[in-house]
Design a protein around this ligand. Sequence first.
Ligand SMILES: NC(=O)c1ccc[n+]([C@@H]2O[C@H](COP(=O)([O-])OP(=O)(O)OC[C@H]3O[C@@H](n4cnc5c(N)ncnc54)[C@H](OP(=O)(O)O)[C@@H]3O)[C@@H](O)[C@H]2O)c1
Length: 247
Amino acid sequence: MRRLLPPPAAELDDAALVDAYRLPPGRSLRMDFVASPDGSIAVDGRSAGLGSPGDKRVFRVLRALADVVLVGAGTAGAEGYRPVAPDSPVGLLRTSIGRPAGLPIAVVSRSASLDPGSALAAEPSTLVVTCAAADAGRRAALSAAGATVLVCGDDDVDLPAAVAALAERGLEQVTCEGGPQLLRAALGAGVVDELDLTIAPALVGSAQRLLPGDLPAPVGLELRQVLEEDGVLFTRYRVTGGEEELP
Ligand SMILES: NC(=O)c1ccc[n+]([C@@H]2O[C@H](COP(=O)([O-])OP(=O)(O)OC[C@H]3O[C@@H](n4cnc5c(N)ncnc54)[C@H](OP(=O)(O)O)[C@@H]3O)[C@@H](O)[C@H]2O)c1
């Protein structure tokens, strides 16, 4: 992996890669996505088709640096999300940089649709971020399974309230792993500080795109960093504005 921007160009070892993604202390929400240059985010319904060894490393680094992973229920289901085990590559990387091995996963679901019988629901550190309109029985079943249910909003998940609720639990640095519906809502709610976008060297033409619909207004991005490995670009953008409620 080598850094192209900011100068000077340099080869990055594992420790330098972690440093390249470190954040200052305090609240932040970064979005982690892999896409093709045509904006496709999945091949046959999974992101793995766009993946690469470098993307896996960056994914692990972002998880290692995070206090919590935020993910939409659609992605958690499609990608088979499971709790982060202490002896997994992410858990081991976390301990190697002085962080607790455990990493909570917070699933955003308007309808509290996470399967109460899943390993994710049974993991005590799992959070389900939902709203008051979600079926009370489903919410109770998820609590009984072991997860913590956070009710943020009435008819829909209020994402600023959700991010504040996570911060109140000491989960200030959020890595959001999508998917597209959650990205669009989070941009519309103005809670995204950073986009970490891996650009895979392939054209896919998938209907599954980074954004599933228009934003109310373009959201400005400031390019902060570009890394490269085997033709894969790893970009780091700061989100500079464009908050407006979605229709
Ligand atoms: N290339 C990549 O980096 C990448 C990253 C992530 C995902 N993906 C792909 O994207 C696909 C999934 O797309 P998706 O758009 O369905 O994913 P998603 O945004 O993860 O999931 C949509 C679901 O999440 C919940 N949700 C999302 N935003 C919400 C909000 N603001 N308020 C309340 N609930 C919200 C809802 O769940 P309920 O229906 O339970 O209410 C909604 O139906 C998969 O194929 C996955 O592989 C690719």
